[in-house]
Design a protein around this ligand. Structure first.
Ligand code: UDP
Length: 250
C-alpha cells in the first residue's frame, strides 16, 4: 500500500497510520528496497504525551514515513475518538516479522543498541528461527551524540537495508532522525526493549495480558523503576476522554 493511499488517524495531534501487521511489513519491505531514507515510529501513549510538550519530538513523529500503533492505549483512544484503527502493531511483534521478511527477501539487517551482547544473542535466535537471515552487524554503542559519527561509519560500511535501533524511546527516535541519512540505510525503526525480549533477558507479558491491554502493568511489576514514565498513562486517558467530550462521543 503506497503512503498516499494509507488512512491515518490523529490521537491528540499525533498521526498514527491504520495499517495491519501484514501491511506494515510490506510497507517496510518497499522502503528497504528504495533509495530514500525512511523512519518508522512506534506510537504509544507516552509518545503522545511527550509530543504535547516537546516540539522537537513532534518534528520527529511528523516526519516519520510510517507511524505504527504500538500500544494498546492508542487502539483504545482511537476507538473512543470514533476513528478506530484496525489492529495494534506492536514494535516487539513487528521485529520478528520483519526479520522473517528480510530472510525471505535477502535484505541485510543491522541491530544497534541494547546492553553488550544482547543484539548478538537476539540476532542468533532470529537466525535460528529464520534461516537465511543476513545480519549485517550488531553493535551496542550508545545514544550519545559524541559517538554518532563512529556508529554511522560502522553502519555505512556494513550496508544494511534495515536498521533496528534499541536505545529506548525517545532517544532511539531522535537518534534515527539525526543520523539516518548519514548511515545510508533506507529504513530504520526504534525497537525499544524488543531485543531484550528476543534474547530472553526480559520476559514479555503473557499473551492474555497483552490481549487485555495489560502489558504496561506487567512491565511495571517487573521493572518498577518505570513508574515515573508511566504517569503519562493516566494523563493520556484523561486527555483522550476530555477530547471525546469535545467531539460529543460516547
Ligand atoms: N538502551 C541502550 N542504551 C541506553 C539506553 C537504553 O542500549 O543508553 C537500551 C536498553 O538496554 C534496552 C533498550 O534500550 O535494550 C530500551 O529498553 P526500554 O525497555 O526502556 O524501552 P521501551 O520499550 O520502554 O522504549
Amino acid at each position: 500500500m503506497a503512503a498516499a493511499e494509507r488512512r491515518s488517524v490523529r490521537i491528540l495531534g499525533v498521526r498514527v497510520d491504520d495499517v495491519t501487521m501484514n501491511e506494515a511489513v510490506q510497507a517496510i519491505r518497499s522502503m528497504a528496497l528504495s533509495a530514500a531514507s525512511h523512519q518508522v515510529v512506534t506510537v504509544n501513549a507516552e509518545f503522545v504525551m511527550r509530543a504535547q510538550q516537546d516540539a522537537d519530538f513532534r518534528v520527529v513523529l511528523g516526519g516519520a514515513a510510517l507511524a505504527l500503533a504500538d500500544g494498546y492505549g492508542i487502539i483504545w483512544a482511537a476507538r473512543r475518538l470514533r476513528q478506530p484503527l484496525r489492529e495494534r502493531v506492536a514494535g516487539s511483534d513487528a521485529v520478528p516479522r520483519l526479520c522473517e521478511m528480510a530472510a525471505a527477501e535477502g535484505l541485510r539487517v543491522f541491530f544497534l543498541g541494547a546492553a553488550e551482547g544482547v543484539a548478538e544473542e537476539a540476532s542468533r535466535r532470529l537466525q535460528q528461527r529464520y534461516p537465511g537471515l543476513v545480519v549485517a552487524g550488531c553493535f551496542a554503542g550508545s545514544p550519545s551524540e559524541a559517538d554518532e559519527a563512529e556508529i554511522c561509519a560502522r553502519i555505512r560500511t556494513a550496508q544494511p537495508q534495515l536498521l533496528l535501533v534499541a536505545y529506548g524511546a525517545p532517544a532511539q527516535d531522535f537518534w534515527i532522525h539525526r543520523n539516518l541519512p548519514a548511515t545510508g540505510v533506507p529504513v530504520a525503526m526504534g525497537v525499544g526493549g524488543s531485543l531484550d525480549f528476543i534474547a530472553g533477558r526480559v520476559p514479555r507479558a503473557p499473551r492474555w495480558m497483552r490481549e487485555h491491554g495489560l502489558e504496561w502493568l506487567y512491565r511495571l511489576l517487573r521493572q518498577p523503576w518505570r513508574w515515573r514514565r508511566m504517569l503519562a498513562l493516566p494523563r493520556f486517558v484523561v486527555r483522550v476522554l476530555a477530547e471525546r467530550d469535545k467531539i460529543g462521543g460516547s
